[in-house]
Design a protein around this ligand. Structure first.
Ligand code: HEM
Length: 442
């Protein structure tokens, strides 16, 4: 019996040195993530965070990745009924477990297959150009807002077959409010905390998604060509409209906010290092000239690929895997009772000094397959692993290449001097302090 096994110990809470280091990091960097790094440095790969009403166990490193991502089915579950993400996405694939999860995943996987995504590269390039056409030829752009607008357009065009542009102004605040609802906040220690304004945003979002479903059904009835994009797959399945809404919202949130974070961090990282930006641009110009990227040409940009991988290492948009122990478990001599919230830190694993040299440095060359060996297994998991491996991986990777290649072709950019970029935990890990870019091009 794990509960009474005398050889097991409880995961330790931060000691005095760890707590002091965390406070210092918090004051210095204004980021919970660097505070967590300080605790990890003192406490090692297994520790608890005993907060009132919220006492997760935090696990770090490759053994923990295997334990969380590849453990026996049913040991660690995803759904926390009272978490905002489950309240928002209801029965979306991301928050379902067991057979319901597997059935939804099987249904939707073909629509996100690399072959389907490659067929959408021209659409993606068009979405990027439409947004870049609005940028100043010499002026300022907010990286996060600019990348969100692109990511939303790409996602809705490629997966739902709709142009979000006419609705974007109206939906922008709705989407931000929805993201704020699932971002870390008071709900962590007070799950029933009032969330003013959220109900109205949710109604607006639901109205939009139900309209998309109704329009597609009407187009199908009108004898238009049946489309096999994600929306098409869903409306031709036996899911109810409410269940379809849950999957559409899941994809909209999980698919665009992660891409927004990745692209913004790439802009920030390249804005901070002009040599790396120039090298990436030289490669793009050598391979593409001025032509829009295609599925084939965008796959021939190895240095850009390294930049994307390194961005995902230092700034993983999903920086933590969140699970609930379904029964008493043990990990590396530690007791994890049923019901415990288990957080696997992708962020800390990606910066683990035992597995990465000079871990905090942005160095795309560490992913140069010709000169460096591949990362050790389970030390690099920007898209997770095991049965809950990101279903949108192919889309995210192709989209990042296409957007960044087009950006490098058309613009040069640098960060506004003196602006401090922080690691902000929103719904994803995003650049805080707003990454204002000085852009030149056209
Ligand atoms: C840079 C972009 C992205 C990153 C870094 C990312 C990362 C991740 C990670 C780490 C997970 C696993 C979470 C866990 O195990 O707890 C995940 C799952 C998921 N992702 Fe992504 N993702 C990205 C883009 C996308 C896109 C474009 C879509 C959809 C179009 C998407 C949809 C999902 C869904 C639905 C899941 C849940 C899968 C399941 O539970 O079976 N993601 N993602």
């Amino acid at each position: 019996m794990i509960a009474s096994d005398p050889t097991l110990i409880d995961p330790p809470a931060p000691n005095g040195a760890a707590s002091r280091a965390a406070w210092r990091a918090l004051r210095r960097d204004r980021s919970l993530l660097t505070a967590l790094s300080a605790v990890h440095a003192e406490m090692g790969d297994v520790f608890s965070l005993p907060l009132p009403g919220f006492s997760p166990v935090v696990l770090v490193g490759p053994a923990a990745a295997r334990f969380v991502m590849l453990g026996p089915e049913g040991d660690l579950l995803w759904r926390f009924e009272k978490d905002p993400v489950a309240r928002l996405l209801r029965h979306g694939v991301l928050v379902e477990d067991g057979a319901a999860h597997d059935a939804l995943r099987t249904l939707m996987t073909p629509a996100l297959h690399r072959r389907m995504i490659d067929a959408e590269v021209a659409t993606m390039a068009h979405c990027v150009d439409a947004r870049l056409d609005t940028w100043p030829s010499d002026g300022h752009v907010d990286a996060l807002d600019a990348m969100r607008a692109i990511a939303l357009a790409v996602l809705t065009e490629t997966l739902f077959g709709v142009d979000i542009a006419p609705d974007l102004e109206r939906l922008w605040r709705v989407i931000l409010r929805t993201l704020a609802y699932i971002s870390p906040g008071a709900w962590i220690v007070w799950p029933d905390a009032p969330r003013p304004g959220y109900g109205r945003a949710l109604r607006a979002m639901d109205g939009y998604l139900h309209r998309l479903i109704a329009q597609r059904r009407a187009a199908d009835r009108g004898g238009g060509p049946a489309r096999d994009d994600l929306l098409g797959v869903l409306v031709h399945s036996d899911l109810s409209d409410d269940l379809i809404r849950d999957q559409l919202l899941t994809m909209l949130i999980a698919g665009h906010d992660t891409a927004t974070a990745l692209l913004s961090w790439a802009l920030v990282a390249l804005g901070q290092d002009q040599d790396i930006q120039a090298r990436a641009r030289a490669e793009v110009r050598a391979v593409l000239g001025g032509a829009a990227p295609t599925a084939e040409s965008s796959a021939r940009l190895p240095y850009l690929e390294q930049v994307i991988k390194e961005t995902l290492r230092l700034y993983p948009p999903i920086h933590v895997g969140n699970r609930r122990a379904a029964r008493d478990l043990a990990f590396q001599g530690h007791r994890i009772p049923a019901g415990t919230r288990v957080l696997f830190s992708i962020f800390l694993t990606h910066r683990h000094p035992a597995h990465w040299s000079d871990p905090d440095r942005f160095d795309p060359d560490r992913f140069d397959a010709a000169t460096r060996s591949a990362p050790e297994p389970f030390t690099y998991l920007p898209f997770g692993g095991g049965p809950r491996f990101c279903i949108g991986t192919a889309m995210a990777r192709v989209e990042a290449r296409v957007v960044l290649a087009r950006l490098l072709q058309r613009f040069e950019w640098s960060l506004e001097p003196g602006r401090r970029i922080t690691l902000r935990m929103g719904a994803t890990l995003e650049p805080g302090g707003r990454g204002w870019l000085r852009v030149r091009g056209g």
